[in-house]
Design a binder for this molecule. Structure first.
Ligand SMILES: [Zn+2]
Length: 342
């Protein structure tokens, strides 16, 4: 879509009057979109843009230099490396599934209301993927078009992507998490992103259902097995197994269920997922809990800084999980012992 000067003028006028109204009324804040003025680093070097039509997902990349796409095969000869298209396809398909299965799209969250795109930058130098929690505009990077966006970085050198890779779905789910809650504790965010990325994988949990050890039954066990761990998969897999005893058919629309990468392979490797209704309920409750913590401490709702990753939130997050479990009505000795932790 292109703006005529007149339309642009009208849009700007509306924006300014909107801002003025909010400022003068001092009503609930709309999270602003800070201008990231960066003119160095790899983002300005990604001069090519691919947008999967109508998706609101933009992939930025480059064919030469340090951040170049490692595999520039273009089997469908549409001028875009398949690598780039497949990153966009995985993000788009996983996003549609998350949205249909009960999670709120990050761009619909209050936190990211100012953003209109999910940007994926193919230039991450170390690691496979990274999701950022702050929205930004990039006034010094012309190819960004002045738009406010939220950000994922993915390596441009993933081996044999897409293959069995699900890193794009994983990082995308981090954006969902950030749209709900300020709490940035690894024991909360990493295993649940691993759980969520299994939407496109074979199998629904890590470790497999039944292989996870029982839930902690004391605060000491919560500390040693969960709070102090970066990837306590056992805890979340056990919860998922107890809250949802069998893999559920996702019942995705056929166009989505059988969506493919450029080489015709299926994006969704099976049609099953486990416990997403429970997981989405946990994150809805964590959103309310984040608001409470903002108010209690006088922290701006979306600007907690280093307080985001404080271990002081652990027990509060546990209480949210316990209440969510309790409200399901599922009870047995193991769950009763977990619920008794205080
Ligand atoms: Zn992660």
């Amino acid at each position: 879509m292109s703006f005529s000067p007149k339309a642009l003028k009208t849009t700007l006028a509306l924006s300014f009057s909107g801002l003025f109204f909010i400022g003068s009324a001092n009503s609930q804040s709309i999270n602003p979109c800070p201008d990231n003025r960066l003119s160095t680093g790899f983002i300005p070097t990604l001069t090519e843009k691919y947008e999967l039509e109508g998706s609101g997902i933009r992939v930025f990349y480059i064919r030469s230099g340090e951040s170049q796409i490692i595999d520039q095969t273009d089997a469908n000869s549409n001028g875009v490396p398949d690598y780039v298209e497949n990153v966009a396809r995985q993000a788009d398909a996983a996003r549609k599934a998350f949205n249909l299965l009960g999670f709120r799209d990050p761009l619909e969250s209050a936190r990211y209301r100012a953003a209109s795109y999910i940007d994926i930058n193919l230039g991450l130098n170390s690691g496979n993927g990274l999701a950022y929690s702050e929205p930004s505009t990039y006034s010094a990077v012309p190819q960004r078009g002045g738009a406010c966006s939220i950000r994922i970085d993915i390596s441009s050198k993933l081996d044999k992507f897409p293959g069995s890779w699900s890193v794009v779905a994983h990082e995308l789910f981090h954006l969902y998490q950030y749209g709900y809650t300020e709490f940035k504790r690894s024991w909360l965010l990493e295993p649940t992103a691993n759980w969520a990325e299994r939407v496109i994988r074979v199998g629904s949990l890590n470790p497999a259902p039944g292989a996870a050890r029982p839930l902690p039954a004391s605060m000491a066990e919560m500390q040693s097995q969960v709070f102090t761990q970066s990837f306590p998969y056992d805890f979340w897999s056990r919860l998922a197994s107890l809250m949802d005893e069998s893999d559920e058919d996702m019942h995705l629309p056929n166009d989505l269920r059988y969506a493919t990468y450029t080489d015709g392979t299926l994006i969704f490797r099976d049609g099953f997922v486990r416990g997403f209704s429970f997981l989405s309920t946990v994150f809805q409750s964590l959103e309310a809990e984040s608001t409470i913590v903002s108010n209690l401490n006088g922290w701006p709702p979306y600007l907690w800084g280093a307080n985001q990753s404080s271990e002081s939130h652990d027990v509060r997050i546990l209480k949210v999980i316990q209440r969510t479990v309790s409200r399901t009505g599922v009870r047995n000795y193991e769950i009763d012992s977990f619920l008794a932790i205080e």
